[in-house]
Each structure stands twice: as C-alpha cells, then as structure tokens.
Design a protein around this ligand. Sequence first.
Ligand code: CMP
Length: 137
Amino acid sequence: MIIKPDGVKKRIIGEILKRVEGAGLTVKSMRMLQLDRKTAGRFYAVHKERPFYQSLIEFMISGPVVVVALEGVNAITRYRNLIGATDPDKAEEGTIRRQFGESIEVNTVHGSDSAENGILETSFFFSTAELGMIPEE
Ligand code: CMP
C-alpha cells in the first residue's frame, strides 16, 4: 500500500495504519520517501495511456508518501475492503477513501489490485532483506 501525499499532509499516517493493523494485516516493512517523476511514472506505467496519467504523476510527486508492505491471509481483499472504491464518492461509508479522499485522483491511499501485482509492487519498493526474506545461512 501507499499513503499518498494528501494522506501525509493531513497527518493521518497513524490513523490509516491503525485501521490496517486493526483489520488484522501485518506491516512487514515501511518507509517514507519523496517519489521523483521517473519513479512515479514507472510505478504507474500501466496507466501511461490514460488521460489522467500526467496529473496522477504530478500529484504523486507533490509531497512525501509512505510505502508499506503488508502481509495477511486474503490481504488484498481485506485491504481493498478497508480503503473502498477508487472514487471516494463511490466508496462505502466508513472506508478510508470515503472518509479522507478528496477526489478520484486525490484518494489518500493506493492498494495493489491482485496478489500478482502485490508481489510486483512490493518488490518495486522493498528489497528481500527489508521484507525479512533472506534465508538463514
Ligand atoms: P490508485 O489506486 O493509486 O491507482 C491509480 C490511480 O490513478 C488511482 O488510485 C487514482 O489516484 C488515479 N485515478 C484513477 N482513475 C482516475 C480518473 N478517472 N481520474 C483521475 N485519476 C484517476
């Protein structure tokens, strides 16, 4: 998951992590960083042809983000239920995006949409050592 620049600016990093951990998900690793244009572009490369791509990149580099590697049984589904639909107006009551998101773009958090993308996106930001995956000698 990523806590996007609006979430960091609103000082709700703790609030978001409290909900994630409260839902039974485990934080395996996390880091705050300032994305540069190139890295944000690579992360969202799948959306390159979409009309909102440039604006999305500008937003994602507008301030620091917190990247978090999560683990848990059915983690993708459980996390996605917690954050709600991409568009905060369409997200269910009580979800993170519904409560804190401002628009379909400025929607407070990112989440991987499948287990496969979860692995790709986690390895985009974290080394195996950071994830505690180095086998003992
Ligand atoms: P995220 O879950 O990070 O995945 C892609 C992001 O693109 C999405 O959240 C939004 O921030 C943004 N996005 C998706 N659809 C739109 C849209 N129609 N208009 C603007 N931004 C969008």
